[in-house]
Design a protein around this ligand. Structure first.
Ligand SMILES: *Cc1c(COP(=O)(O)O)cnc(C)c1O
Length: 427
């Protein structure tokens, strides 16, 4: 085994350090496997209940009227997330699009949007108009308010109560930390937050940005009162096989509003050719619990590898997990570049290229991204990225298999080690 890793470029010292870390993780890996087994049964039951058949994989073109495969896939998502309805489309281009769609469809001029969990994900700043941007919700007369988390990362219920007012129409809750070094929230915590918001204002809509959270736990935000649960198909629920897309699972009226906004009033869910994308969307969803489990193991392995070397990790090496993201605070741009170079060098695709920071659209500082993915930009595949700004944290996620995630983490350490940016002596 060590020779195989050596052939990939991992030195003996790094490999042996990795094995010593791994020896302490068996119990946690068993628990992850049990969650995957539970969620596999959940997905399977949803597919059976929705009567998925060979006819569902047919391509539709043009308007896409009477698309059995598209309608059945939406039934499968709704059954799995326990919602009245779902919108699952390759025409939803990414997670940001899905979130912008859910917000734009369910807010009207004069309404107010509240984030009770601090600042939202970077790309939503322009969607909301926190950073002025043509076409933002702000331009359409939707105001925004935010209640920051308390210093320990918990909800500030007093501030949230004070922020909810007559205009508050929709509450947006981000499950994953995104590019922040705050904790991610458990489904249970999200449930308590939703219940609190609805106790203050019963008719307020609650939307959860579920990106990177799907199948990490046995329940989803839709099980604890979310009106809309939203995510990207090139993250967990696409299982690495969906070529593109996003989903919104939720109440009938909310999802119907989203469909009318995605297509047009009067058309709604009735149109939208599947363009041959359905087999990957179905099969990816089927594999998603297992793929997510591999990514989770990788995240835990990374935290244990790097924390022992003195780098702060969020979540830390021992904490329970609510998403597949692992933040590692490396403290310098140089270490971020070495880490990303290692992830890139471990990829099955584009392993020969060198990631460099660039001014990525939607982000306000340069971002470095390492990914050698079968699907462009897919971050359920092994990837690492982060904005080049203090505290110089990389966000590591994905891995279609645990073994590949492991290789990537060992390679990241290898690059740091070769450049003298970590010290493996004495551990
Ligand atoms: C990935 C992500 C998004 C959406 O990003 P896209 O790159 O547009 O898919 C939104 N919120 C969170 C927390 C995310 O992780």
């Amino acid at each position: 085994m060590q020779k195989m890793y050596e052939a990939l470029g991992v030195s003996r010292a790094v490999y042996e350090y990795g094995e010593s870390v791994l020896a302490g993780l068996r119990e946690r890996f068993d628990a992850i496997d049990a969650t995957a087994e539970y969620n596999q049964a959940k997905v399977l039951a949803a597919m059976q209940k929705s009567r998925v058949s060979g006819a569902c994989f047919a391509t539709s073109t043009g308007y896409g009227y009477n698309d059995l495969g598209r309608e059945t896939l939406e039934d499968v998502y709704a059954a799995c997330f326990h919602t009245e309805a779902a919108l699952v489309r390759p025409q939803i281009t990414c997670g940001t699009h899905a979130l912008a769609l859910a917000l734009g469809a369910n807010l009207r001029p004069g309404d107010e949007l509240l984030s009770p969990v601090g600042a939202p994900y970077d790309t939503l700043e322009e969607v909301i108009g926190i950073r002025p941007s043509p076409g933002s919700l702000a331009e359409y007369g939707v105001t925004y308010r935010q209640a920051d988390l308390l210093p320990d990362g918990s909800f500030d219920f007093d501030a949230i109560r004070a922020a909810i007012n007559d205009k508050t129409r929709l509450v947006t809750i981000q499950r994953s930390k995104g590019y922040a070094t705050r904790p991610s929230f458990s489904v249970d915590q999200i449930g308590r937050l939703i219940a609190f918001c609805k106790s203050v204002k019963p008719d307020v809509l609650c939307m959860v940005d579920n990106c990177y959270g799907e199948f990490v736990e046995r329940t989803e935000p839709s099980d604890v009162g979310a009106d809309m649960t939203v995510g990207s198909l090139i993250k967990n629920p696409g299982g690495g096989l969906a070529a593109a897309g996003g989903y919104i699972c939720g109440t009938g009226p909310c999802v119907e509003a989203c469909a009318r906004r995605l297509t047009a009033p009067g058309l709604g869910k009735e149109v939208g050719a599947n363009l041959g994308q359905l087999p990957g969307m179905y099969q990816g969803f089927f594999l998603a619990p297992t793929v997510t489990a591999g990514a989770l193991k990788g995240a835990i392995f990374a935290a244990n590898i790097y924390e022992r070397l003195g780098f702060a990790c969020v979540p830390d090496a021992a904490e329970p997990r609510h998403d597949i993201i692992q933040a590692v605070t490396l403290g310098s741009a140089e270490r971020m570049e070495a880490f990303c170079l290692g992830i890139q060098a471990a990829a099955p695709v584009d392993s020969h290229v060198t990631p460099v920071p660039w001014p990525m659209p939607g982000y306000d500082s340069d971002v470095i991204m390492a990914a050698g993915a079968f699907v462009q930009g897919s971050s359920i595949e092994l990837s690492a990225d982060g904005p080049i700004r203090p505290p110089y944290a990389v966000y590591f996620q994905g891995g279609l298999t645990w073994y590949h995630a492991k290789t990537g983490i060992l390679m990241s350490l290898q690059k740091l080690y070769e450049r003298g940016l970590v010290d493996l002596r004495g551990i």
